[in-house]
Design a protein around this ligand. Structure first.
Ligand code: 2HG
Ligand code: ZN
Length: 467
């Protein structure tokens, strides 16, 4: 795609600047580094430049320019991704949506919010709240990630158990396809049985089919008042039992787990301990607790868990500050692990398939990673586990990654047998590319490639990602 010889690309860039005189372009080395990478740190950023379009027409013009000059583009939001989907390491032009970050409209009757793609998740959530409604997709990177990036990866997060993934909340999306054409997909309709739903094709396509420029988000009523509880559990089997118990008895808004290893890191990073003693597993759960009967139901579920031997201890937040402190134990994990250059797995299974899978995988990881620290956490109620493997300080990056990739191949095989996915919510990007065949059939991948060809005939959009 992009010529390895920088000279013609520099000339092409000058031509772009002349064609779009108001387009903001950055080429300083520090900017190239900053915008050329995401939260993965495996690749050395090396983009040609960063373009900051301010309008849809500029995005279209950049894509047409890329087609003319054969220049690869990397669509870019908050770059909080963990799969390398927004990495630009081969002279690509980074197309940052950062300046396109406005709320375009609110519709009280449709209960929808139309935003530009570069708006942060948090700003979209706040805009919804200002109208007495919520946009319920949520996760720790809310302050930096963008709605466009959320759509590109069909982001999940900590409320999926209640509200589903990003896909459920996108009533319409405007996308610029690989030939520069603007597509207005679904236009906010609830019912639209008029052929292929191209909106859903672009959601989760990781910037390979089109650049998301605008989205119409569905909003909903705020949930009733809730309570947040921290539970300490003896083992993984208890985790599944407590999940079944709590889901049957309470209206869950979230049910997240982590291990003692995760707790150690997050405490070392400044979070506050809420339960004394050593326990193997922890759960942060939030559930509707509007009245006394709902609160009594929660206590009854807790007591049953204790009596069954599934719950060793617990703490319930008595204030918003305490609820935030309990949530920090879960939400602070990724940041607390970052200094250890973790190798990340983001896998999913049907919940019913989890117990058998977990037994097999615990044995496999124990055998294959005898000397590495392995941190388990995630969205157990969605069948989504994050398994982070921490790099020992003395081991070279490349050796560490090679060892982890060997284990990921084994893991992908086990996942395939149990019908799971190698990427639950982070996308395939660059990191999980070698394992796509374990999760998607050859026929599916052939169709995906065909679609890529149709949407982006010259292959300018995020080439090398996903496939
Ligand atoms: C989370 O659930 C994110 O906190 C990040 O998906 C997971 O760091 C990870 O592996
Ligand atoms: Zn997650």
């Amino acid at each position: 795609m992009t010529s390895p010889d920088p000279a013609p690309n520099a000339a092409a860039l000058a031509e772009l600047a002349a064609r779009l005189p108001s387009l903001r372009l950055l080429t300083e080395p520090s900017d190239l580094e900053h915008y050329g990478r995401d939260w993965t740190r495996r690749w050395t950023p090396a983009p040609l430049a960063i373009a900051f379009p301010a309008a849809v027409e500029e995005v279209q013009a950049i894509i047409r320019w890329a087609n003319e000059h054969g220049i690869a583009l990397v669509p870019s939001g908050g770059r909080t991704g963990l799969s390398g989907g927004a990495v630009a390491a081969h002279g690509e032009l980074v197309l940052s949506l950062e300046r396109m970050n406005r709320v375009l409209g609110f519709d009280a009757i449709d209960r929808s919010l139309t935003v530009q793609a570069g708006i942060t998740l948090q700003a979209a959530q706040e805009a919804a709240r200002n109208h007495g409604l919520i946009y319920p997709v949520d996760f720790a990177a809310r302050g930096s990630c963008s709605i466009g990036g959320n759509i590109a990866t069909n982001a999940g997060g900590i409320r999926v158990i209640r509200y589903g993934n990003t896909r459920e909340w996108i009533a319409g999306v405007k996308v610029v396809a690989g030939n520069g054409e603007l597509l207005e997909l679904n236009r906010g309709l609830i019912k639209n049985s008029s052929g292929y739903d191209l909106r859903h094709l672009t959601i989760g396509s990781e910037g390979t089919l089109g650049v998301v420029v605008e989205a119409t988000l569905r909003l909903t009523d705020p949930p009733p008042p809730s309570q947040v509880m921290l539970l300490a559990l003896p083992d993984m089997a208890a985790l599944m039992q407590v999940f079944a118990l709590f889901r049957a008895r309470l209206k869950l808004q979230a049910f997240e787990f982590f291990t003692d290893v995760a707790l150690r890191h997050v405490l070392a990073h400044g979070a506050q301990r809420a339960i004394d003693g050593d326990h193997s597993f922890y759960v942060v759960t939030e559930f509707d607790a509007a009245d006394e009967s709902a609160q009594d139901a929660a206590l009854a579920a807790f007591e049953q868990g204790v009596n069954e031997g599934w719950i060793a201890d617990g703490a319930i937040a008595q204030s918003e500050a305490q609820a935030a402190a309990l949530w920090r134990l879960r939400e602070g994990i990724t940041e607390s692990l970052a200094p250890h250059k973790p190798y990340k797995n983001d896998i999913s299974l049907r919940i019913g398939a989890l117990p058998a899978f977990l037994e097999e995988i615990q044995a496999l990881l124990g055998r294959e990673y005898p000397h590495f620290e392995v941190v388990w956490f995630g969205h157990i109620g969605d069948g989504n586990l994050h398994i982070n493997v921490l790099k020992p300080a003395e081991l070279a990056d490349a050796d560490f990654i090679a060892q982890c990739e060997h284990v990921t191949r084994l893991l992908a095989g086990v996942l395939q047998r149990h019908g799971g996915s190698i990427s639950a919510e982070h996308g395939i990007g660059l990191v999980k590319k070698p394992y796509l065949e374990g999760t998607r059939s050859a026929a599916e991948i052939a169709l995906m490639r065909g679609l890529k060809q149709v949407f982006d005939p010259r292959g300018v959009l995020n080439p090398g990602k996903l496939f």
